[in-house]
Write a protein that binds this ligand. Structure first.
Ligand code: UDX
Length: 435
């Protein structure tokens, strides 16, 4: 069976390489010629552990192909996965222009039965709209089916998540199309991965509801953490105590500088928007976003509590990506913290093992010092702020760093150090929700 994957972004590339690794012939299509040229040589445009090996292995085995030729690839495929972006519009709704564009291009070339599978996160009702759009514009009377097959990949863990998902969600109306998609995922089925077969709307909503619930857990624990600081409790132990109740579970209860990334902020906003349109408001989710924005500013409050005015103080920021093992800075807390510090007149030095280029591209001409190592960032600094829990920040030589810094203040927004140990070394220390 031949498969096309439209869009070679994060989801598309992992899906294409993953399905090829299952043994299928997969062609990934993109409109960006230079990207396709590089992908043909096995060059991945972003940092994702394990993905370059997977792509190279399947290129070599001639199961994975890259092209800009949309029409030819679609004509040769029974199944077409749509993996293009659905970024947020200013009002919070999802921008479906790339989806619409793909649907109209599909309508141009569909000349026999095809199964169109949407992996992109799309608002409830979108798959039905895609089907109508293709049917209205297609040039032949060949039938199509649409399937909603949302993706739950975590950046930094995407290959592992694709190969060993918690569940596979397949939403559709045609038993025949559902059977085809189930067959594609046969290796997972055989490995006893739970499959949920449902209708289009339910499948679409499972994705939003899952991300919104995880974001809610994070905002919830961030508020508990802030309260812990007021009353002298330790949030890490509170979370441990809560997590032992299987109805709550231990995961996604780590407080921090607020959630970021390409999914949580976007999907929560989009679900709020869908709720408003349907007169079914998501009050909890509005609060989740508000708490998250406030949490990003906690860093500044903490710095001011140690340094007083931060004007002309040198602040070293360790970690720019929204989480470790990725160069992605989309919606990263650093994008709020750094400009805010600059506005207050601080001098800002930053260091990140892989995300500095992305950060520079995103913030443009802001006057920031980019350091080549944590030590370089920390030299003569008035405070150090850990924003991302990269492993290399977990084992810093703090005794040496204390001598380097002008003022040994450590704001640990990821709770990667033990307060007592750090304080014993002579640092003023503040984590999140532990004193
Ligand atoms: C998320 C979902 O996990 C994934 O299923 C979905 O498909 C896409 O969105 P991702 O954005 O890659 O994946 O990152 P994730 O590891 O979920 O973290 C999201 C954000 O939450 C990060 O900013 C992270 O630092 C933050 N987070 C996560 C916390 O602050 N505390 C936690 O306990 C967990």
């Amino acid at each position: 069976m031949h498969i096309s994957v439209i869009g070679t972004g994060y989801v598309g590339l992992v899906t294409g390489a993953g399905l090829a690794d299952f043994g299928m012939k997969v062609t990934c299509v993109d409109i960006d010629e230079s990207k396709i040229k590089r992908l043909k040589k096995g060059q991945i445009p972003f940092y994702e552990p394990g993905l370059d090996d997977l792509v190279k292995k399947n290129l070599k085995a001639e199961r994975l192909f890259f092209t800009t030729d949309f029409a030819k690839t679609v004509k040769n495929s029974l199944v077409i996965f749509i993996c293009v972006g659905t970024p947020p519009l200013p009002d919070g709704s999802a921008d479906l222009s790339q989806i619409k564009d793909v649907a109209l291009r599909l309508a141009e070339v569909v000349d026999e039965y095809k199964v169109i599978v949407t992996k992109s996160t799309v608002p409830v009702g979108t798959n039905r709209w895609i089907k109508d759009l293709i049917n209205q514009h297609k040039k032949t009377d060949s039938a199509i089916d649409v399937i909603s097959n949302p993706e739950f990949l975590r950046e930094g863990n995407a290959v592992e998540d694709f190969m060993h998902p918690d569940r596979v969600i397949i939403g559709g109306e045609s038993a025949y199309a559902i059977a085809i998609i189930k067959d594609i995922y046969r290796p997972l089925y055989l490995a006893e991965t739970p499959f949920i077969i449902t209708n289009l709307e339910t499948a679409e909503l499972i994705k939003y509801a899952s991300n919104a619930f995880l974001a809610t857990k994070i905002s919830f624990i961030n508020e508990i953490a802030n309260f812990c600081e007021k009353v002298g409790a330790d949030v890490t132990v509170v979370a441990q105590g809560m997590g032992l109740d299987p109805r709550i579970g231990p995961k996604f209860l780590n407080p921090g500088p607020g959630f970021g990334g390409s999914c949580f902020p976007k999907d929560v906003k989009a679900l709020i928007h869908q709720g408003r349109l349907s007169s079914s408001p998501f009050k909890i989710l509005e609060a989740v976003l508000e708490v998250n924005e406030r949490q990003k500013r906690r860093v500044i409050e903490k710095l001011e509590s140690y340094l007083g005015e931060i004007k002309n103080k040198t602040i070293a920021i360790l970690g720019l990506s929204f989480k470790p093992n990725t160069s992605d800075v989309r919606e990263s807390p650093a994008l709020v913290v750094v400009p805010h510090l600059l506005e207050k007149g601080a001098k800002v030095r930053v260091y990140d093992p892989v995300a500095m280029e992305e950060f520079k591209k995103t913030v443009g001409t802001l006057s920031i010092d980019y350091a080549n190592s944590p030590d370089e960032a920390l030299k003569s600094a008035d405070a150090m702020v850990i924003l991302t829990e990269w492993n290399e920040f977990r084992f810093l030589d703090l005794a040496k760093i204390k001598k380097l810094m002008k003022n040994p203040v450590l704001i640990d927004m990821r709770n990667i150090y033990e307060p007592e140990t750090v304080k014993k070394l002579g640092f003023s220390y503040s984590g999140v929700g532990r004193i």
